[in-house]
Ligand binder design. Structure first.
Ligand SMILES: NC(=O)c1ccc[n+]([C@@H]2O[C@H](COP(=O)([O-])OP(=O)(O)OC[C@H]3O[C@@H](n4cnc5c(N)ncnc54)[C@H](OP(=O)(O)O)[C@@H]3O)[C@@H](O)[C@H]2O)c1
Length: 320
């Protein structure tokens, strides 16, 4: 298959580069800017010399450019890793957040509808949160975002469904990786440099190692390819089109997450203490409980999901 990855220089996009290495499929990695030198060097360290570090330019807000790229390269699948991901800044940049998180996924859906291809789109646990849930959220549960980021991501999901292309929308949570900026890397630095640290314990969720999510996407693509090959029809309606949840297994607070980061990094000098969210005022209220129920993705695709501390330990060993 010819597969287009958008936002390829972000956390998930870079993990897709690692997963794509050695694949029989042809991957096209795109973004609005070139890969940073830091990311290229991490990619080589983690995945050797044959990993693709090149980036073609593609702005997913530009429908004409998407059409041209899809047509020129006979794209059959788009994996959309691009988004406006700054949760706090989205509150004061609503127009841009809406353009990237709602309108751009619609553009990609239109292109895949016309090409009779598949759109794999990534959404977020922040589509939930206003309702004070205390059991893991299922795919059918109504979205109740607390802020602009979650609202625009929910609109993106709705726009894709309205276009009606074959799609797999994966809601994930608390993403971290070796690439870019993320909570894990921030806490590695802070616990190494500060004598004391307070971290909120009143928000529960599950961290997701972006590499595990990239591997799950690869499993889904394999399934999709198998269905294409066994289909007698030229127009395929992928039987597994729908919304799925994916994070690592287990539940923790940001405080627990930090304690494990500190432990796996072997840093003993920082005194990490739990605190309430109210001690860190922010422009948007975060969900207090956004654990995702992953039963559907496990049953549908037989994906294996590691426990969150096992994946965290692995990522930190690579970072070290
Ligand atoms: N990060 C999390 O904790 C988290 C949690 C739940 C769900 N998610 C979702 O998971 C997905 C992947 O997140 P991530 O953390 O890997 O994101 P990321 O690291 O912020 O990467 C997003 C990439 O998209 C690029 N981009 C921005 N505007 C673009 C445009 N117009 N056209 C093409 N590319 C563009 C960004 O470039 P610039 O850096 O130059 O802007 C960046 O390289 C997103 O859909 C996100 O909403 C993330």
């Amino acid at each position: 298959m010819n597969i287009l990855v958008t936002g390829a220089n972000g956390q998930l996009g870079n993990e897709m580069r690692i997963v794509a290495r050695g694949s029989a499929d042809r991957y096209f990695f795109t973004d609005v800017c070139d890969a940073s030198q830091e990311s290229v060097s991490i990619l080589h360290k983690l995945a050797g010399d044959d990993v693709c570090t090149e980036t073609s330019r593609l702005d997913i807000t530009d429908l004409a450019a998407i059409h041209a790229f899809v047509e020129q390269n006979q794209i059959q699948v788009i994996i959309n890793c691009a988004a406006y991901t700054n949760v706090d800044a989205a509150e004061s940049n609503q127009e841009l957040a809406m353009l990237l998180n709602a309108k751009a996924p619609e553009n990609l859906a239109v292109a895949m509808k016309e090409a009779n291809g598949l759109l794999v789109h990534i959404s977020t646990d922040y589509v939930f949160g206003k309702e004070p849930y205390n059991i893991p959220c299922t795919e059918e549960q109504q979205g109740t975002p607390t802020g602009v980021y979650g609202y625009t991501k929910l609109c993106g999901e709705q726009n894709i469904k309205a276009v009606g292309c074959q799609h797999v929308i994966i809601r994930t949570a608390w993403l971290y990786s070796e690439f870019g900026k993320n909570f894990c890397k921030t806490m590695l630095n802070l616990t190494a440099s500060k004598p004391q640290l307070k971290v909120v314990f009143d928000q529960a969720g599950t961290p997701t190692y972006a590499y595990d999510l990239a591997k799950a996407i690869a499993v889904i693509l394999k399934d999709y390819n198998k269905e294409i090959l066994s289909s007698q029809f030229s127009i395929l309606n992928y039987s597994k089109t729908g919304v799925y949840h994916f994070s690592n297994e287990g539940v923790c607070s940001w405080y627990d997450f930090t304690k494990m980061i500190q432990e796996y990094a072997g840093q003993k000098d920082c005194d990490v203490q739990p605190c309430h969210s109210s001690e860190f005022p922010s422009p948007v209220t975060r969900p207090s409980y956004s654990v995702l129920d992953k039963t559907k993705i496990k049953q549908t695709f037989s994906v294996a999901i590691p426990y969150w501390t096992d994946s965290l330990r692995l990522c930190i060993s690579y970072l070290k």
